[in-house]
Design a protein around this ligand. Structure first.
Ligand code: G3H
Ligand code: ZN
Length: 283
């Protein structure tokens, strides 16, 4: 069933696990992630970046694809379609109007006051429509869809103020995580995470889930993280299999011959994450 993230994340935080946001890039990603969720009896969040949305034909095409698969696969676990790193009020509105059930407004590169203002506008429009909202403070490192930047740690006091002044449903405080593969071990700000958790009583979100060791995942969850975003790991798993198939059979031309095994690899990766995050059997 298509739902917002609100209840999903409150339940996850209460019960001490995290729901995975797995980004979709095409049909096969969407199929794999939905099937993994159903098999694991896990809630799931389908993340759609603006770039991936455009690639798939726009937000309307994405909603119809997801709804179609939910129906034909008989998906009964809770599923949210979530705009990942929404860059403006207009983009969030466009996603909501197209049928997304959740949006992230990432105004983290603006001043704090501006971030609060834009986020509040998104919350007002989203909540009127029963849609959940994620906001960000600080800067996630690395690159995603051409959005690059160095790591800036979120300020716990600003997190408190943001939660007090806006009615966001969850908050992504950047605390040293990176989009894309890590160079060496990630260095997450657990001290700040704990402080933010105490100051702001709402589910926290961890971006850059690819390559974070299990012990850090568990520690994050114990400190109030209820949503973990994973994109690159599925992309790597899919592309690795495609390379192998093409290398082993230079005559292959039917795309299904390499996309079906790629889809299988994504599904296996997602199932592993759901078990690691503790969301399996929690639908
Ligand atoms: O918003 C998306 C995530 O933060 C994905 O990060 O590609 O490093 O797994 P990742
Ligand atoms: Zn992210």
């Amino acid at each position: 069933a298509l739902v917002s993230m609100k209840d999903m994340l409150i339940k996850a935080k209460d019960e001490g696990y995290a729901v995975g946001q797995f980004n979709i890039n095409n049909l096969e990603f969407t199929q794999a992630i939905l099937q993994a969720a159903q098999e694991e009896n896990s809630p799931v969040i389908l993340g759609v970046s603006e770039g991936a949305g455009k690639y798939m034909g726009g937000f309307i095409a994405v909603t119809h694809m997801v709804k179609g698969l939910i129906e034909s696969y008989n998906i009964t676990v809770p599923v949210a379609i979530h705009l990942d790193h929404g860059s403006s009020f207009d983009k969030c509105k466009e996603a909501i109007d197209a049928g997304f059930t959740s949006v992230m407004i990432d105004a983290s590169h603006h001043s704090f006051e501006e971030n609060i203002k834009i986020t509040s506008e998104v919350v007002a429009y989203a909540h009127k429509n029963g849609i959940s909202v994620e906001a960000e403070l600080g800067t996630v490192g690395g690159e995603e869809d051409g959005v690059t930047g160095g790591i800036i740690y979120a300020d716990p006091e600003e997190c408190r103020k943001m939660v007090e002044q806006t009615a966001i449903d969850c908050l992504a405080p950047a605390l040293g995580s990176v989009h894309g593969p890590y160079k060496g071990e990630p260095n997450l700000g657990f001290k700040e995470m704990e402080e933010i958790s105490k100051l702001a009583d709402l589910p926290l979100v961890l971006h850059g889930g690819t390559g974070i060791p299990t012990k850090d995942i568990q520690r994050s969850i114990s400190l109030g993280t209820a949503k973990i975003n994973v994109n690159t790991e599925n992309q790597i798993a899919a592309t690795k299999v495609i390379r192998e198939v093409l290398a082993n059979d230079t005559k292959v031309y039917d795309p299904r011959k390499y996309l079906a095994p790629a889809r299988e690899a994504i599904k296996t990766t997602v199932i592993g994450k759901m078990r690691e995050f503790g969301s399996s059997q929690k639908a």
